[in-house]
Design a protein around this ligand. Sequence first.
Ligand code: FMN
Length: 232
Amino acid sequence: MNDTEEVDVELGEAMRTQHACRYYREDPVPDEVLRQAVERARFAPNGGNRGAARFVFVRDPELRRQLGEWYLPLWEEVAAATRANKPAITTASGQHKTTELGFRDPAKTLADSDHFAQRFGSHPVIVVVCVDLAATHPTDTELDRLSIVGGASVYPMAQNLCLALRDQGVATTFTTLLVAREPEVKQLLGIPEHLSTACHIVAGYPARPFPTRLHRPEVRELAYADRYGAAL
Ligand SMILES: Cc1cc2nc3c(=O)[nH]c(=O)nc-3n(C[C@H](O)[C@H](O)[C@H](O)COP(=O)(O)O)c2cc1C
């Protein structure tokens, strides 16, 4: 135990300060802590209660090193676009991927995220969150837009995993950039063909205290009463 760890943090406090941790200590996270986090996260809501999510906790240094090697160029592409004030990256197939940052000090966030990305493969744990898409019920595939509902069967459990780790003093960062390398990641970790990767959560004991306040939209900007735009 040390001064950056908080155990049994109050739920409201945890929700208000659940940040993307960019600086980790090197100490390993005991398997029992990871197991306890899954023990709690498994109660998350999920479509049809079909249990479509799976977690691979990567602690092996060589496997993490490989994941980090794949992650860094993906981050560097985003960071370069952001630094060049390009609001989005457009893929070969015409998809727009926004690169803007909603922070008061984007330069600091970029520097922190560079630090995080350069050490991606050295952070103590990388949780590969997988989902069996055949066990999801995406209700939006016939709309003329990207589907988001398939992912909804796995993200609540992934967020609860982060909260359950936080409750044991472990900080996390949600990442999705590495999903672009899904075939290689699946092969590296022996992930079965029928599973897809949803995100990669970095976890470890934080090198700095948890924040006391995060920069987010105000309630009046997020929530409306009965009609969009009407104040709640
Ligand atoms: C769905 C999702 C995908 C994300 N992907 C990445 C990522 O690939 N790389 C990264 O550095 N951060 C990623 N993040 C972290 C966000 O940048 C972070 O949650 C946000 O900037 C707020 O940061 P804060 O909690 O420190 O204020 C992701 C977060 C979410 C929820």
